[in-house]
Design a protein around this ligand. Sequence first.
Ligand SMILES: [Fe+2]
Length: 202
Amino acid sequence: MMINFKNVGKHYASRGQEKMKEVLMDSAGIGPEIHYYMIRGGVEQKNITVWEPGTVSGEYIKTYGHYHVGDLSENYWVVYGQGVAMLQKLAENEKGEMIPDMVEEFRVIKVRAGKKIFMPTKFGHLLANIGKTYLVTADDSPVDFGDRDPSSFPGHANYELVKKMRGFAYYVVEYNGKPALRRNPLYKSIKKEKFGGLPLIK
Ligand SMILES: [Fe+2]
């Protein structure tokens, strides 16, 4: 089998507390030095993400979250652990640009090992680890190793809209030992929402 080892040194990246502060429910909360680890191989080889377990000021450790640039969907396979996936599609203006604080559709999906999640085009996505173990996923998003920082910030992903809103429309928080949702007050409107059985708390 022909495997190209040329980019192996660029495969690994991690997301730490400093960067995650931008999108945490409590930006001053005490969190782990590293929130999650990424090994990026792209469409064929797949990408692996590993989440630390735990909470930061009650919010479960999550990925930063992003929207895809262009017409690109993505599949996630949960390999180990328990998670909550959040998907949100923003409203668009007449030029077809996304409006950062207006959500057209919001979905929550509870997942565990063996489950596959489809992220449709235009739906921003993130996953939170709600278990006591690592959460591990594989996904098939593309990586261009010609990008400046391909494994940490692949070119197909837009992080700016999430940064601007300090996260998604809801935060996944621990409430009586179980996952619940807390609204992010910065969002102006949410048209359609499905909470996947998770309670909403104040
Ligand atoms: Fe993605």
